[in-house]
Design a protein around this ligand. Sequence first.
Ligand SMILES: *Cc1c(COP(=O)(O)O)cnc(C)c1O
Length: 402
Amino acid sequence: MPTNPATVPRAVAHLRWPVEPAQGGWYTEAEHKAVRRVLAESDDWRTGWKPATTTGVFEDAFAASTGTAHAVTFNSGGTALEMVLRYLQLMPGDEVISCAINFVGPHLAVIGQGGSLVLAEPDPLTLNLDVVDTERALTARTRAILITHWNGAAADLRPFLTLAERHPHPVHGPPRVIVDAARCCGGRTPSGRMVGAEGWATVFSFESKKLMTTFGQGGMVTTDDQTLADRLRTLRTYGGRDQWGTNQMMTKAQAAVGLVQLARLDEMNAARIDRAHRRTQRLARVAELALPPTWHDRQHLYYRHNLFVPASWAGDGRDKLMNVLAEQYGVGSVVSDPVTYLGHRLIRHRTTGQRCPRAEHLAARLLCPCLHPRMTPGDEAAICDAIRRATEHVARAHGTTA
Ligand SMILES: *Cc1c(COP(=O)(O)O)cnc(C)c1O
């Protein structure tokens, strides 16, 4: 097995431009005001902190912004994913297909809800789930296809919806298309619809690093399925008197801030896209690096700015580049993300015998240097310069043959 890049130790404390774990948040006076308002109105024992009205307003605004009938808040994207999968009541042997390059969260949610995780390859350009490989992985036991809009590049969901219709489960009908949009909030898919509007259910995260954040934690599900929305609401509040449930509520203060962040989402995304496009332009002459393509049929939100080193640098050369960037230039970068089964032991155990060589190879060439909409032109120039120099440094040691 190749080395697991997630375990390569990298000191991040000294970095001038860090990536993980601490990044994110862009709050203005409007967010501060919203918090103060919630504080003032709740600081009365007769009112208290019950979130119902505020979260309801946030949910309605979110549903309207994505063009869906329902939006349901959760305390995190992880619990939201888990509850959507829980609704399916997966039985042993029921399969859920998902891309091998992924955040571990969606894969753990499948495992946690008793499903068999079936891994498929990514598209080499977008790292989104590959349609052809998904078709190969479909069986009569497939209950769901879990598609992550990878790093802000919205996937085209139409071919997956068609695939699902063509391969219905004998009991449950077409596999559900579940979308993980934790990294693509506010985006549009190639069909021109808002992320969140296509597929059976879409999960969003408002964790600190995400495109909008509700005090560093929070999640949302959008769906047009009234039955799913109703069940999700009872799952997060103790089962609504007749079924199992627990407490997974977002707080009132989070919802109040979420409402402001939602109104500012396009502005924040535009700033990020602008910085990403400038970075792509600035790095255009660095022959060793494959840059993210610029699409015209969809909006790429650049949750990350993906760079790929030459094949001959895969693994060691890429790690070296990340280390030089960090140690000599203070630029943090992250492999976003490694192949989940190499980085997480439980996922590896539950996918024994499955390999995705294309995903492994791409992940070994991938690095995502720090990008944030609040970076100044000076930050950006320094980071691009660092990437150029660090790449030259590694090229001298590794050669430049792709
Ligand atoms: C952040 C993230 C999640 C989980 O969201 P949390 O709110 O942190 O639980 C799920 N999937 C992807 C792709 C993510 O990036």
